[in-house]
Design a protein around this ligand. Structure first.
Ligand SMILES: [Zn+2]
Length: 444
């Protein structure tokens, strides 16, 4: 090979040749001056066996390839770390890989979609011989690798399952300034704090009611792969003490696979209705049967609650129900009315727009987005006007006792209690400090 005659591929192969081949994170373009690269690529010049199949993560797969060095073909292994705006076409051209091979890959059933959906940070591992592709591996989900190998008749594809390892973790903490701060201090992520607040959202107002001295204990799952933390799994059991009052919740997987949380004695912690159909909304006007109307300037009952929030903020169905009305309704502007069991109807007014495809007669689930905050009709600013009626009579949605969702079905009760017992005992141990709080995110 002539020195003045290098292809870009060979150039950075040489430049990166002394790098350890099984670590990511350095972009070749910062190493090799003068070579215009979009992707970061590391190259091993070691002759490796082209058929090595990654069994686990891409990184581990590379280690295996290196460990199993067998001199059969002088293949090059490339690790491509995807950057913003990368396309495989551009990468193949820059690396002088066969465009015909890329076309052949794309023609394989199901491969095109999982191959072309590139996100920054994705890693593609491939081997080639003088630009002819021999194998390609990339992660297509948390639990699966796509592996393509050239064989005599062409490329064959294989999806390798790489299940995540589940590690139970437990921690406890006391609120000092914020829930986030306390969860972080105990070794949990912001995501865990959000999940914890979500579990107890029906009983505790985490925006306004949580105060210093409140405490929590939680056991949950972490998902790991090859020693790397991937994400948090479900909360298994949790306790929150708010203003001296103790709330406990235990996860249970229902027969249809959905996850519900129950109190230790099997009552649903979910209520049949959300107290507030908008997240992070501020009550700008309460329920008042003798209020002066801000637009009409007359005494007129305000038979609902107003939540001020920016235009476009999602509005959620307060409970499971059916769409009874959807359309413009005088001073209410764009309005949705839902009917629920027990003679309850809820009304949502002044919407800027409705959820796509929402129509009269549709079933909606609690928490489902039905529209977006606006100021249509008689409104001085963007807000949701929300009404709650029982058998046609307006009730104050901010104070009415909300009906509980159903408790655990009788035929599942025994199973629930059996599964809940060790989880609740675990919470007791965490609280007593017998179980060490594990800050597992920093573990090797
Ligand atoms: Zn109102």
């Amino acid at each position: 090979m002539q020195q003045g005659d290098r292809s870009p591929r060979e150039s950075f192969a040489i430049a990166a040749g002394d790098a350890r081949p099984h670590r990511f994170g350095v972009f070749a373009s910062s190493i090799v001056a003068g070579v215009a690269l979009v992707a970061g690529v590391w190259v091993t010049q070691n002759p490796v066996r082209g058929s090595a199949q990654p069994a686990v993560g891409v990184e581990r797969a590379v280690e295996q390839v290196v460990e199993q060095m067998v001199t059969i073909d002088p293949l090059e292994t490339l690790e491509i770390v995807i950057r913003r705006n990368d396309t495989l076409d551009a990468l193949f051209r820059q690396l002088e890989l066969s465009i015909a091979d890329l076309a052949a890959l794309r023609s394989l059933p199901d491969v095109r979609k999982s191959l072309d959906r590139l996100r920054p940070g994705d890693v593609i591992l491939l081997t080639h011989l003088d630009g002819e592709l021999k194998s390609l591996t990339r992660r297509i989900s948390d639990t699966a690798l796509l592996s393509v190998t050239r064989e005599e008749g062409g490329f064959t594809t294989n999806v390798v399952e790489t299940p995540l390892e589940v590690r139970p973790v437990a921690m406890a903490g006391t609120i000092d300034s914020s829930l986030y701060g306390a969860v972080n201090a105990a070794g949990g992520t912001d995501r865990l704090a959000v999940d914890l607040a979500e579990v107890f959202r029906y009983d505790i107002d985490f925006v306004n009611e949580v105060q210093p001295g409140d405490s929590f204990a939680v056991s949950y799952e972490q998902r790991w792969r090859d020693g790397e933390f991937i994400r948090e799994g479900d909360i298994l059991a949790a306790e929150f003490v708010n203003r001296g009052r103790t709330y406990r919740a235990v996860r249970y997987v229902m027969p249809d696979g959905s996850v519900e949380y129950f109190t230790p004695d099997g009552k649903s912690i979910r209520k049949a209705f959300l107290r507030f159909p908008v997240d992070f909304g501020r009550i700008s006007s309460g329920f008042n049967l003798a209020r002066r109307h801000p637009v009409l300037n007359t005494i007129r009952a305000h038979k609902g609650v107003d939540f001020a929030a920016p235009v476009g903020t999602p509005i959620k169905a307060a409970g499971n129900g059916r769409v009874q009305f959807r359309g413009a309704k005088g001073g209410y502007g764009n309005t949705v009315v839902l009917s629920h069991s027990g003679g309850v109807t809820t009304l949502y007014a002044h919407m800027s727009r409705y959820a796509r495809n929402l129509k009269v007669g549709d079933r909606v689930k609690q928490g489902e987005v039905i529209g977006y905050i606006g100021m249509t009709g008689l409104a001085t600013g963007p807000h949701l006007h929300y009404e709650y009626r029982v058998n046609g009579v307006h009730r104050n949605p901010a104070t009415i006792p909300l009906p509980k969702a159903e408790e655990i079905p009788a035929d599942l009760r025994e199973d629930f209690l059996a599964k809940a017992a060790p989880l609740l005992a675990g919470l007791d141990r965490i609280k007593a400090g017998e179980e060490e709080t594990r800050v597992a995110l920093a573990a090797p």
